[in-house]
Design a protein around this ligand. Structure first.
Ligand code: ZN
Length: 274
């Protein structure tokens, strides 16, 4: 579904670590992104084995293009290009089954939050995706509470003004069971979702319009397949020089799933500095 997103959305900057040893590697990396819709600009830094891509594409798509050169590409960071760090977060999704994924949140502006990621192991088709109230995995996805809804609204779709704030609508899995997505939302803020959880559901979210008893509560999107705590990440960098000065900087902490119970179990206020 993501290939039609190339010319939409707000640009962000992705930082990849790519193994490059010589100028021909640099040329190959540049060529892999040349003329690709949704890629505005590419900076290749051989000395740091770093590639910065200014793009509206999901990070997974850019990574696949880079890896098409035969080199491993690791996403190290993601920034909005703004000078101010507005906040970033990541959720590693897992569950009792085989569904797993990584979803990143980046506050692009005080109004707009970017949500992008890849989820694997799904049945092909649409699946509801929601931020839930609690980051509590003590009983797997079942202890995460309802959809995040501080306004006391009814369930709806992401474009509706009357919706749960956690309502992100559906993502589409392809024939291989993989969903790659990138969306922007003006109701969710990174500082509101940190410590909560993200859940992908078995079925399609009817966006509150299905006429089922659960439509106005959950979108009737079925069982919770996989979930993860939304953890803060230092996802933003301010300029390439700053990155270069930091040896071994790991912006995303994705090596393990956040510890159950680490997430919030009650409503919290935004950090004072925001
Ligand atoms: Zn909802």
């Amino acid at each position: 579904m993501a290939s039609d997103l190339g010319n939409q959305g707000t640009l962000c900057t992705l930082e990849f670590a790519v193994q490059m040893t010589c100028q021909s590697c640099v040329d190959a990396v540049r060529k892999s992104l040349q003329g690709v819709a949704g890629v505005q600009d590419v900076e290749v830094h051989l000395e740091n084995q770093m590639v910065l891509v200014h793009t509206t594409l999901p990070s997974q798509e850019v990574q696949a293009l880079l890896e098409g050169t035969g080199r491993q590409a690791v996403l190290k960071g993601m920034g909005s290009g703004q000078l101010k760090n507005l906040g970033a977060a990541v959720a590693i999704l897992g569950g009792p089954g085989t569904v797993q994924g990584v979803v990143r949140f980046l506050q692009l502006t005080p109004e707009r939050c970017l949500i992008e990621g890849t989820i694997d192991g799904l049945e092909p088709g649409l699946h509801g995706l929601h931020v839930h109230q609690y980051g509590d995995l003590t009983n797997n996805c079942n202890s995460c509470g309802n959809h995040f809804n501080p306004d006391g609204a009814s369930h709806g779709g992401p474009q509706d003004s009357d919706r749960h704030r956690g309502d992100l609508g559906n993502v589409r899995a392809d024939a291989d069971g993989r969903a790659i997505f990138r969306m922007e939302d003006e109701q969710l803020k990174v500082w509101d979702v940190i410590g909560r959880s993200l859940i992908i559901d078995e079925g399609e979210d009817d966006l509150g319009r299905g006429g089922h008893p659960l439509s106005k509560i959950t979108g009737n999107s079925g069982e919770r397949l996989a979930c993860g705590i939304i953890a803060r990440s230092a996802g933003l960098f301010q300029n390439p020089k700053q990155i270069c000065s930091c040896d071994g900087l790991t912006i995303w902490e994705e090596r393990g799933r956040p510890i159950a119970g680490k997430g919030r179990k009650e409503s919290a206020q935004p950090p004072a500095h925001l």
